[in-house]
Design a binder for this molecule. Structure first.
Ligand code: NI
Length: 176
């Protein structure tokens, strides 16, 4: 298991659509372990494979708090098959858009099908934070970011800020 560097905005990879996982083999298990380790290291509650540069429909989630025992979940080829009309709002962030948070409205409940690490097909009905997290991560698999759910104006400001930051790093002007 190793910690992988995270793909950060405005890296164009974040806009790519990920491919389905064909077979759950050792490579996929190792990848999901790397993703979990990278997610815990960055204190995140969810991570999609694209965020460590792998274009596969695979995500990991652990919504338990820091002081609780870990509950890692792995979702291979997840698909939302139902979503509630009722919505709720969470203040979301993203490991690929560090230090930016915004209130996002999403379905309160979703039903998601996916493949387990043992290769079996499963279905989960998720509510609240888990539902929000699943929707946020499944968006990543389709090249969608949580800032796509805020106003165009706010999104443009954020993207501009991250582009400037990336440029500064490239040119070695980063203040320390
Ligand atoms: Ni994210």
């Amino acid at each position: 298991m190793s910690i992988k560097p995270l793909v950060i905005l405005p890296n164009p990879l974040l806009r790519e659509v990920s491919r389905p996982v064909a077979t759950v083999d050792d490579r996929i298990i190792e990848l999901s372990n790397d993703m979990l380790k990278s997610m815990y290291h960055a204190s995140g509650i969810g991570l999609a494979a694209i965020q460590i540069g792998v274009l596969l429909r695979l995500l990991v989630i652990d919504i338990t708090g820091n002081d609780k025992p870990k509950n890692p979940r792995i979702f291979i080829n997840p698909e939302v098959i139902w979503r509630s009309d009722e919505q709720n709002i969470y203040k979301e962030g993203c490991l690929s858009i560090p230090d930016y948070y915004a209130e996002i409205k999403r379905s309160r409940k979703v039903c998601v099908t996916y493949i387990e690490r043992d290769g079996r097909k499963k279905e989960i009905e998720a509510d609240g934070l888990l539902a929000t997290c699943l929707q946020h991560e499944i968006d990543h698999l389709n090249g969608i970011l949580f800032i796509d759910h805020i106003s165009r104006l706010r999104r443009d400001i954020i993207i501009r800020k991250f582009k400037k930051k990336a440029r500064n790093i490239e040119e070695g002007h980063m203040a320390i």
